[in-house]
Design a protein around this ligand. Structure first.
Ligand code: BGC
Length: 425
């Protein structure tokens, strides 16, 4: 539960006062400890923008990085820290998990800052709603990642004679066959459960469409999970595996992206944090690599919003630094610089997209179009759609199906139905 705003919610008020009176003695800088899992090349560069902005203002940054893409490790470490009474100032927490933390009454109420800075008017409602618990802001969104992307190495496609980007799975498998025949790995993949789940959700969206995705993977409707459409999705998903090399097990996502960057592999299914890696490696979209919607998904959009929740802190200096962090995260300057590197687009509305590349411009346009068309759906693999417990259970089923050829499509559907009943703890 989050308390309604009161005189006790000082951190954001103090920070706001300090923003106005920076020279005042009351505004000495403080330290922020920030838990995150942004440790790949592109991610670290993006986060560097934030660290620089905090330290330029005199605050000190205590990095609390927990390796492991998708953030599962980070979330376990965070639990231990909070339970032992040593919460960081801020943590990268997303989607329904924000509500789970807010229920424990450990998050800071950010309403004063949000009202002062007019966050309601600056954020799409679908994002603002996820940042609030019982109507009170408890987290700050920094971006929108699109998950349903297919990345490709332009030279590999050219050498393999693939002349256009695949828009359907028939086209995709035809292209993948050519890439394989030309001696390349067709699909770069990292065999970790969250990566399997990332590919799976794009396949479900491509095979079934946004309404089906919503029924099956957001509402967890059992009939949809056991339907013919789910059967077809699982078949396509299994077929994809035959295009992955046999050393994929345990591989990190950015190592898989590097296989595309270096021209060892043709395609990767991954959210647009992968673009951060292409950019960090000096590659140019539309020239060295391409971004296109995963097959069958060009009119839909799976969103994944990175956000920071602020934990309640006692020391006054720490509260002020924390308030400044919250202010900075929603600022235009940070949202532009950070997202130019991260591969995502700003969460904040009305931003000038001039400096952004064609992939980001397409993402921004498609986000609006999908939102109007009702085809904007939350990513289940990235913690936007269901409770942590249900996400964990469904991810295990999908990953087991991917890894074990003995599990039949029928078994997987029955297990999905069972996993969908998992209640939040
Ligand atoms: C996060 C991204 C991150 C990616 C890989 C996603 O769940 O939203 O910010 O780059 O995982 O760790």
């Amino acid at each position: 539960m989050v308390r309604p705003i009161s005189g006790k919610d000082v951190c954001v008020r103090a920070a706001m006062l300090c923003l106005a009176l920076w020279t005042s003695a009351a505004c000495h800088a403080g330290e922020v400890e920030v838990l995150h899992y942004w440790t790949s090349g592109g991610e670290a560069k993006s986060l560097g923008e934030l660290k620089g902005m905090m330290t330029n203002r005199g605050h000190s940054w205590k990095d609390f990085a927990v390796t492991g893409g998708g953030g599962q490790n980070a979330m376990s470490v965070l639990k231990q820290r909070v339970l032992s009474g040593a919460a960081p100032a801020a943590a990268l927490i997303k989607g329904p998990t924000i509500q789970e933390w807010a229920e424990l009454n450990v998050l800071t109420n950010l309403d004063a800052m949000a009202e002062f800075e007019k966050w309601d008017a600056l954020l799409p409602k679908v994002i603002a709603d996820q940042m609030k618990h019982q109507g009170h802001y408890v987290a700050v969104p920094v971006n929108v990642h699109r998950v349903n992307w297919l990345w490709a190495n332009s030279a590999v496609l050219r050498k393999a004679g693939v002349t256009s980007l695949p828009r359907t799975y028939d086209e995709f498998f035809a292209a993948a066959d050519k890439i394989k025949a030309a001696g390349f790995i067709a699909v770069a993949h990292g065999g970790q459960d969250w990566q399997d789940f990332t590919v799976f959700e794009s396949v479900v969206l491509g095979v079934g469409g946004a309404a089906f995705y919503n029924n099956a993977l957001v509402q967890l409707d059992k009939r949809s999970l056991a339907s013919d459409t789910m059967r077809q999705s699982l078949e396509v998903f299994r077929r994809l595996k035959s295009y992955v090399d046999d050393k994929a097990s345990g591989r990190d996502w950015n190592v898989a992206t590097d296989m595309v960057i270096k021209g060892k592999a043709g395609f990767q299914f991954m959210g647009d944090w992968a673009k951060g890696e292409f950019l960090a490696a000096g590659q140019r979209p539309g020239v060295d690599f391409s971004c296109s919607a995963a097959p069958g998904t060009d009119t839909a959009y799976t969103f994944n919003v990175d956000s920071f929740a602020m934990f309640q802190l006692k020391p006054w200096e720490a509260q002020k630094a924390q308030g400044y962090l919250a202010y900075l995260l929603m600022g235009q300057d940070f949202q532009e610089k950070f997202n130019l590197r991260k591969g995502s687009i700003p969460a904040r509305l009305h931003m000038d997209m001039e400096k952004f590349d064609a992939c980001a411009k397409a993402s921004s346009k498609d986000f609006v179009a999908a939102s109007k068309a009702g085809t904007l759906v939350p990513s289940i693999a990235h913690g936007m759609a269901v409770s942590t417990a249900a996400q964990t259970a469904l991810r295990a089923v999908v990953s087991d199906f991917w890894n074990s050829d003995k599990t039949t499509v029928g078994d997987a559907m029955s297990k999905l139905v069972l996993a969908a009943s998992t209640k939040p703890r």
